[in-house]
Design a protein around this ligand. Structure first.
Ligand SMILES: Cc1cc2nc3c(=O)[nH]c(=O)nc-3n(C[C@H](O)[C@H](O)[C@H](O)COP(=O)(O)O)c2cc1C
Length: 372
């Protein structure tokens, strides 16, 4: 095992561990020792944190019962109420989806490290309560092997892609595979009526949302305006999460602050970026799911499972949630698309030249994990 230190986005300390022939795990080890946790359990939680979350709020809290962490243990995942998005997500539906995605990664990471897991969900989840318990997980080591790198690498690869996608349809066999695997998934390819409706609805919902001062203010709280702020907070939306790099990123940080990010000009730029993204994609994917907080957590698990499967197939995805956040479109989407269950997540989809990897703007495990 070779240890080499590297940094990404100057965000915290990261260590790349090379195992065997070329496989690489990228872990944030900065908080490894202060928690006193078994290193593997801590690494597993870090991988879970590579899950997506609305505005990258990372709204999870993890409590681990003191004891023998290495072979078996019990942990609780709670929703961190201080990280909700009341303006765009007043019912916490998206926050629950984000937690569900975290739980899906957690289960997969445990599995990759040779642990079995038993999950007991809070089926009466009241997402509006303070830091409610979402799930209790009992884990036990069942196999002693090196981590299965491919599963972990997939989590470190998956990301939201805001770039322009190629003018290339989604491969038919990939579509068949995904629809077979995810019955709750519908795909609307460019040129179809459903695609046109989703494209127009998403753009119009973006325009309405961009005019809402409370939503602008909330977004500005989660935007980051320098590398220093991005490093310090390790969450939210720095330039990279907006798809900005190089000189454009430098200019953005030079010219934008929390106040100007709430201006009409900035809001219009956001709408222009959304329009450009919508003009450059091959399809929309819509995932449906039941209503209520617990159901939203389960949807989040499926969102993440689907996203990882799409990543494996080289399909880039970018969530565009505005049509589900604005009542004018949210109230119509299911009937317009003829869906049997409510739409819960909208993605634009397509291919890019190089899929790339996750920016890994994530807080250290010690920021949200405590020992009981
Ligand atoms: C429930 C949910 C809703 C989201 N909605 C949007 C959205 O409307 N627009 C967007 O650009 N990204 C959206 N995202 C993506 C997040 O911004 C992204 O997951 C986060 O910044 C972390 O980046 P990553 O996915 O590359 O790891 C959403 C993610 C989740 C889980």
């Amino acid at each position: 095992m070779v240890l080499t230190r590297r940094s990404f986005l100057s965000c915290g300390a990261a260590i790349t561990i090379s195992i065997g022939c070329g496989g690489k795990l990228v872990l944030d080890r900065s908080a490894a020792l202060d928690l006193g946790l078994d290193q593997r359990v801590q690494d597993i939680i870090y991988y879970a944190s590579l899950a997506p979350s609305g505005h990258n709020t990372q709204p999870w809290l993890v409590e681990i019962e003191a004891g023998e962490f290495r072979l078996q243990g019990r942990m609780t995942v709670r929703l961190d109420s201080s990280r909700a998005l009341p303006a765009v997500d007043p019912t916490l539906r998206e926050t629950c989806i984000s937690i569900g995605a975290f739980i899906e990664n957690l289960v997969r990471a445990f599995d990759a490290y040779g642990y079995s897991t038993e999950l007991s969900f809070n089926e009466q989840l009241d997402a509006s309560a303070e830091n409610p318990i979402v799930v209790e997980i009992v884990y036990a080591q069942t196999a002693s092997h090196l981590p299965r790198i491919q599963a972990l690498e997939l989590m470190a690869k998956r990301h939201s892609d805001k770039s322009e996608y190629l003018d290339k349809p989604i491969c038919t066999s990939s579509l068949a595979q995904l629809s077979g695997q995810f019955p709750e998934l519908s795909c609307y390819e460019k040129g179809s009526t459903g695609f046109d409706w989703l494209k127009t609805a998403t753009l119009d919902a973006n325009i309405v949302q961009a005019a809402d001062l409370a939503k602008r203010a909330e977004l500005a709280q989660w935007l980051r305006f320098s590398d220093e702020e991005a490093t310090e907070k390790a969450d939210g939306l720095p330039a990279e999460q907006l798809g900005l790099s190089g000189i454009i990123k430098t200019l953005y940080y030079w010219t934008t602050d929390r106040e100007s990010a709430q201006s009409d000009k900035f809001a219009q730029q956001g709408v222009d970026m959304a329009k450009n993204a919508l003009d450059h994609c091959a399809a929309f994917f819509v995932l449906t799911g039941g209503s209520g907080s617990y159901e939203a957590v389960l949807t989040g698990r499926r969102v993440q499972a689907f996203w990882l499967a799409a990543t494996e197939l080289g399909i880039s995805l970018g969530p565009m949630s505005q049509a589900l956040e604005e009542i004018l479109w949210a109230s119509k989407i299911d009937s317009e698309l003829g869906l049997e269950q409510p739409a819960q997540m909208l993605f634009r989809a397509g291919y890019v030249e190089n899929y790339g990897e996750n920016n890994r703007i994530r807080r250290p495990v010690s920021a949200y994990c405590t020992q009981l």
